[in-house]
Design a protein around this ligand. Structure first.
Ligand SMILES: Nc1nc2c(ncn2[C@@H]2O[C@H](COP(=O)(O)OP(=O)(O)O)[C@@H](O)[C@H]2O)c(=O)[nH]1
Ligand SMILES: [Mg+2]
Length: 195
């Protein structure tokens, strides 16, 4: 598939499921631990530096940030989880927002879960893949910061992630640019398949 650049426009940040845009466009959501490289990935995919600014603005890191892509579908930037300095009640609020979204969204074309190539899969990461499998929804694992591992170790990590999660995994790095086209194609394929 020929990948066009993704033209991406910030729509808004939402703190409650009830506030979300309700039109029929499909949604591709992005989830991962805080600091996994989610803002960096979204910037790279869209060629827009401003996106990270939005999703790194204090307060907006706890919201669902919506971006309209090619006027055709939404990127949904889910709040990063596992942030060490967050209080238990804050962590619960974020978890509730993510769960509400995943349970109730009837326009979800698929979920992209980011995993740091140097870290083990956490319980929260695993829960997302289990939820996808239970709902029979497509998912993609993006193995981030791929420049931090030697090629053989990275290849092994990618295979391990696929085995552990049961979903396809794509290595990605903002430093080398590796994986950008693959992730773009995979995301567009989710949207194509949904319609
Ligand atoms: N070496 C390397 N660092 C990365 C990569 N992606 C993100 N980072 C760094 O990891 C940190 C967190 O990235 P960010 O995109 O803000 O993560 P977020 O919290 O998931 O949105 C920043 O210091 C980034 O520069 C990557 O592919 N390679
Ligand atoms: Mg971020």
């Amino acid at each position: 598939m020929v990948v066009k650049e993704l033209d991406c426009r910030y729509i808004g940040s939402f703190y409650k499921y009830a506030q979300l845009p309700k039109d029929n466009r499909p949604q591709v959501a992005f989830a991962g631990r805080s600091n996994v490289g989610k803002s960096s990935l979204l910037n790279k995919l869209t060629g827009r530096k401003k996106l990270a600014k939005v999703s790194n603005t204090p307060g907006k890191t706890r919201s669902l940030n919506f971006y309209l892509v090619n006027d055709r579908f939404y990127f949904v930037d889910l709040p990063g989880y596992g942030y060490a300095r967050a209080s238990k009640s804050e962590q619960r609020d974020w978890a509730r927002l993510i769960e509400d979204y995943l349970e109730n969204s009837d326009r979800l074309a698929g979920l992209v879960v980011l995993l740091d190539c140097r870290r083990e899969i956490t319980e929260q990461d695993a829960q997302l893949f289990e939820w996808l499998a239970a709902k029979e929804l497509p998912g993609i694992a993006v193995v981030t910061k791929a420049d931090k591992l030697r090629r053989d170790k990275l290849n092994r990590k990618v295979r391990d992630v696929e085995t552990e999660t049961g979903f396809p995994a794509i290595p990605f790095s903002i430093v080398t640019g590796a994986g950008k086209r693959e992730v773009q194609s995979a995301v567009l394929a989710l949207v194509e398949k949904y319609q």
